[in-house]
Design a protein around this ligand. Structure first.
Ligand code: FES
Length: 150
């Protein structure tokens, strides 16, 4: 039977194998490093911000399938979008991933990112899914420190 769990596996594995926007961009205006000390996974995210838009972004790093997929999907979702949208998406994604069973979240805003909602059932993987997003938040606010999940 083909269900949501199969779709989740398929999408996560696809982004893990072929991460989108993986690499570096020319002339980044903002960047940040994220680190999960529990596993050693890390990500570097570069953004080019112009006129209130995320005109380009890319990431490099080493991470598990969930962290890499989450970063890949995040970059796909944000390219060309406004900074306000990026902030709203950050909050919506964090709320979805860290929610308690039965809590609602904004599935319309999240779109394809909703495929990662099942991660909320696995506390050990929540930091995998949010690493790129915390790094994004730091990059937007140009905080020149390493973001740690701990
Ligand atoms: Fe390290 Fe997922 S196991 S970020």
């Amino acid at each position: 039977m083909y269900d949501l769990e199969d779709l989740y596996q398929e999408i996560v594995m696809d982004h893990n194998r072929r991460p989108r926007n993986f690499g570096e961009i020319k002339n980044p205006t903002n960047s940040a490093n994220g680190f999960n000390p529990l596993c050693g996974d890390q990500i570097t995210l570069q953004l080019h911000l112009k006129d209130g838009l995320v005109s380009d972004l890319a990431f490099i790093g080493v991470g598990c399938a969930i962290s890499k997929s989450s970063a890949s999907m995040m970059t796909e979702e944000l390219k060309g979008k406004t900074l306000d949208h990026a902030e709203n998406l950050f909050e919506a994604f964090r709320k979805m991933i860290t929610r308690n069973p039965g809590d609602s979240y904004d599935s319309d805003l999240l779109g394809d990112l909703e495929i990662l909602q099942g991660v909320s059932r696995y506390p050990a993987r929540i930091k995998c899914a949010t690493l790129a997003w915390h790094t994004l938040h730091s990059a937007i606010h140009d905080e020149n420190n390493v973001v740690s999940t701990e």
